[in-house]
Design a protein around this ligand. Structure first.
Ligand SMILES: O=P(O)(O)OC[C@H]1O[C@](O)(CO)[C@@H](O)[C@@H]1O
Length: 567
């Protein structure tokens, strides 16, 4: 039987491969001298400005990428996603995170059912619950109103909400609306994280939200049981109904866990975990902290990009341009990584969120039809806010490996700090670096320039910057809840575009299963060894000796009694 076609078999892919040589012949500093090219390599939508002129690409490259998009049937694939077709074929699911921010009157079907009314029913429930909670009418077991929220969840049930929470913490409107409240996250099963998440919190004024799509994730469920015990031992078993709520697609397990089904907030299997921040996964804890109206603005920002992505021509379509350029960098220029560099402390947790979103989505080795890929898909994502990153890993980016960079800058800071007598304000200082770094990467510094500055000959090789290092720059007008939603949606769709071109399934995650099942074998043996003094067996020599060392030391947590963190 003939193998299904791969995108790399198409003439459009081969044309791009043939084009690489021409691109390598021209240094970015020469490409940047062409004003018409620079003007053409920019796109703007609603105050989000993208400049991609510092990509190792010409307008011809971009044209060829559009042809590749055509060969990959990108337009149809985007349409299928928005129409609720089951494009996640290995799990037989629609991919409808866009329905989570669709307007109330939109019609988006999955399995012949319009999902939008269900989405709004949950949002309405969150709005009502968060208003009751924030007004102080939701009374805890001791008669006190609750002001602290601990959200227990991991992966997609954690990273997206953490990103948005961290960003909102810098928005004056969100800061004002969250006065006197705390939102914390408990993700890691590490007992240190358990202790940190409840440190100095009073169970009597704390609401715990257990967030798990499946309600079976081992770490989340152990943490949920631990925090439940923290509540019960302080307030009694009847306190659970007032102090614990849940977000899940598995409401049966929520009930079995002991959480009142009235206090459970649903979402659906057509929302991938890493795409779930716009479901109750993010909307509930964020609404408890900031109020629903602010979270609604975030959802509207995401919706604005959904509409732009669905309807704009590819030439003007920011997620499409970004996705195609990433494919160009990874698959044709051979750059395996991407750095996400927001010059904005508010976006501190963007890179960790994008790491999961991108690497769990596109870290695949076979096509959607199961054919092993003859090209690399996915990329290694990492990042830190500028300028911190400059003093950390930028050395490698400037003179070591070539790593395409996303620079993200904000025109208007949320914090107007200026020390009288200084040359510039803090924000202008930050942004001076934002504007300088892409040019340092693109232009570099030649030995001739160094010699003209009388740099001693032995240092010339060390001080030379080859340049020709690609980046792109986003300039946002400001950073409120709306723009945070826009950034999220831009990256979500960019990653989908990459997957659509590579011909992979960006919406499953089978690669996380093997480690989970091996951990379950280890868990059983640790239990047997601790409780029944059974010997460890069935491991390779390396794991056996590591486990023997581990078990030779008495654990700090005895197994014959409950030990809760000291807070
Ligand atoms: O929300 P759940 O079901 O607890 O899953 C948490 C995370 O675990 C994964 O399944 C695997 O890491 C992610 O895709 C998901 O976001």
């Amino acid at each position: 039987m003939a193998s299904p076609a791969l995108i790399s078999d198409t003439d459009q892919w081969k044309a791009l491969q043939a084009h690489v040589g021409a691109i390598h012949k021209t240094h970015l500093r020469d490409l940047m001298a062409d004003a018409d090219r620079c003007k053409a390599m920019a796109a703007e939508f609603e105050g989000v400005y993208l400049d991609y002129s510092r990509q190792q690409a010409t307008t011809e490259t971009v044209d060829k990428l559009f042809k590749l998009a055509e060969a990959a049937k990108l337009k149809e694939k985007i349409g299928k996603m928005f129409n609720g077709e089951k494009i996640n074929t290995t799990e037989n699911r629609s991919v409808l995170h866009v329905a989570l921010r669709a307007p109330r009157d939109a019609v988006i079907n999955s399995d012949g059912v319009n999902v939008v009314p269900e989405v709004w029913a949950v949002k309405d429930k969150i709005k009502q619950f968060s208003e009751t909670f924030r007004s102080g009418s939701w009374i805890g077991a001791t008669g006190k109103p609750l002001t602290n929220v601990v959200s227990v969840g991991i992966g997609g049930s954690f990273l997206g909400p953490l990103f948005v929470h961290t960003a909102l913490q810098t928005d004056p409107e969100a800061v004002a609306s969250s006065k006197g409240r705390q939102l914390r996250f408990l993700a890691n099963v590490d007992p240190v994280d358990v202790a940190r998440s409840i440190k100095d919190l009073d169970p009597a004024t704390t609401l715990v939200v257990v967030v798990s799509k499946t309600f079976t994730t081992a770490e989340t469920m152990l943490n949920a049981r631990t925090i439940k015990e923290w509540i019960v031992s302080a307030l009694g078993p009847q306190a659970v109904s007032k102090h614990m709520i849940a977000v899940s697609t598995n409401l049966k397990l929520v009930k079995e866990f002991g959480i009142d089904p009235n206090n459970a907030f649903a979402f659906w299997d057509w929302v991938g975990g890493r795409y779930s921040v716009c479901s109750a996964v993010g909307v509930l804890p964020l609404s408890l902290q900031y109020g629903f109206p602010i979270v609604q603005k975030f959802l509207e920002g995401a919706l604005s990009i959904d509409n732009h992505f669905r309807t704009s021509s590819f030439e003007k379509n920011i997620p499409v341009l970004l996705g195609l350029l990433s494919v160009w960098n990874v698959s044709f220029l051979g750059y395996p990584a991407r750095a996400i560099l927001p010059y904005s402390q508010a976006l501190e947790k963007l890179a960790p969120h994008i790491q999961q979103l991108s690497m769990e989505s596109n870290g695949k080795g076979v096509s959607i039809d199961g054919v092993r890929l003859p090209y690399e898909a996915g990329e290694i994502d990492f990042g830190e806010p500028g300028t911190n990153g400059q003093h950390s890993f930028y050395q490698l980016i400037h003179q070591g490996r070539v790593i395409p960079c996303d620079f993200i800058g904000v025109i208007k800071s949320q914090q107007p700090v200026y020390l009288k007598g200084e040359t510039v304000s803090n924000h202008d200082e930050l942004m001076s670096n934002f504007f300088a770094q892409p040019d340092a990467l693109a232009y570099g510094k030649t030995p001739e320039q160094l010699r003209s500055e009388n740099v001693s000959e032995n240092l010339v090789p060390h001080k030379t910057f080859q340049g020709n290092r690609p980046s792109l720059s986003f300039l946002l007008s400001s950073l409120s809840a709306y723009e945070i939603g826009q950034i999220l949606s831009i990256y979500e769709h960019r990653i989908a575009v990459q997957g659509f071109i590579w011909g992979i399934n960006s919406f499953d995650q089978w690669g996380v299963e093997l480690g989970k099942s091996l951990a379950s074998q280890v868990r059983k043996q640790l239990h047997g060894s601790r409780m029944e003094k059974k010997p460890i067996e069935g491991f390779n020599p390396s794991s056996a000796s590591l486990l023997a060392r581990y078990l030779a030391v008495e654990p700090s947590t005895p197994y014959d009694t409950t030990v809760l963190p000291k807070v």
